[in-house]
Ligand binder design. Structure first.
Ligand code: SAM
Length: 283
């Protein structure tokens, strides 16, 4: 039995059986593999790091979309950076009040192959008339874009390879210039127990740019090592402080059905373990 060995971390990793390789290719930007695994269904990895699986993608995609969108409450325009598998786009489009979504993905091959081999991720989302798809480096897009957005979601790879620029001050400054007043920026920020330095670095770079910068979290099984942190930033604390009763009202009105997200989970996700708070306080 062939094995997929993830080595994101020097002394620790995860192994998944490769029951069948569905696609494997060195794109212009990264090594892409999509394979079938009996526990997680179809799995997509980039540069040897698990990006998404059919079995647990709902947790990550629901938490990086519904938390900022229900907190904002009236987002009309959304920007997704990365997200080539289409799962983030699928969840954003469930919000009927969202009128336009721009997705900026650096690697067209990821989109093409995920449409073909992970069809349940995008589930037709790329064909939605509200979607504008841009193939470009996200850091360039947010530096040059004339468009602004109510919610910006950075659904990027880890800060190695093409994703590295999406954790820089230049990228965060670009997102600030593209964010409407009252808007919310969120980003995947790694598994805190093993990538705590990345959380601290993000706070150091993102914090000075926004009045309200913090993190929230959820455990995604194939992001091995415990809870994944999500960076949060806004020019106001108001979206983050929406109470559960109001979140319940917005969630109910939306008619959106979820498998992980609910208003109680939303509110609780901002409660962080002490070791993360201590690391952030020590800066
Ligand atoms: N859920 C995954 C995670 O948390 O690691 C991310 C999934 S998604 C597949 C990551 C996407 O970011 C990939 O499609 C990759 O091509 C894209 N990406 C990486 N660097 C990028 C950049 N500089 N600009 C735009 N997209 C980028």
């Amino acid at each position: 039995m062939a094995k997929f060995e993830e080595r994101l971390h020097a002394g620790y990793g995860q192994t998944l059986n490769i029951d069948e390789v569905l696609f494997e290719y060195r794109t212009e930007h990264q090594d892409l593999i999509i394979f079938r695994n009996e526990s997680f269904g179809r799995v997509m990895a980039l540069d040897g790091i698990v990006q998404t699986t059919e079995a647990d993608e709902f947790i990550y995609h629901e938490m990086l979309t519904h938390v900022p969108l229900f907190a904002h409450g009236s987002a009309r325009s959304v920007l997704i950076i990365g997200g080539g598998d289409g799962g983030m786009l699928r969840e954003v489009l469930k919000h009927a009040r969202v009128e336009a979504v721009t997705q900026v993905e650096i690697d067209a091959s990821v989109i093409d192959m995920c449409k073909r081999y992970l069809p349940n991720h995008s589930a037709g989302a790329f064909d939605d008339p509200r979607v504008e798809l841009v193939i470009a480096d996200g850091v360039d897009y947010v530096r040059e874009s004339a468009k602004t957005f109510d919610v910006i979601i950075s659904d990027c790879t880890d800060p190695v390879g093409p994703g590295e620029v999406l954790f820089t001050s230049a990228f965060y400054e670009g997102c600030k210039r593209c964010l409407n007043p009252g808007g919310v920026f969120v980003a995947q920020n790694g598994v805190a127990f093993l990538q705590l330095d990345e959380v601290v670095t993000t706070a150091r770079r993102l914090g000075p740019l926004f009045a309200d910068q913090c993190f929230y979290a959820a455990a995604v099984p194939t992001y091995a090592g415990g809870i994944m942190t999500f960076a949060w930033a806004s020019d106001t604390a108001a979206p983050r402080q929406v109470d559960v009763v109001e979140l319940e009202r917005r969630f109910k009105v939306s008619g959106i059905r979820t498998r992980y997200y609910n208003p109680q989970v939303h509110a609780a996700s901002f409660a962080l373990p002490q070791y993360i708070l201590d690391a952030l306080a020590a800066g």
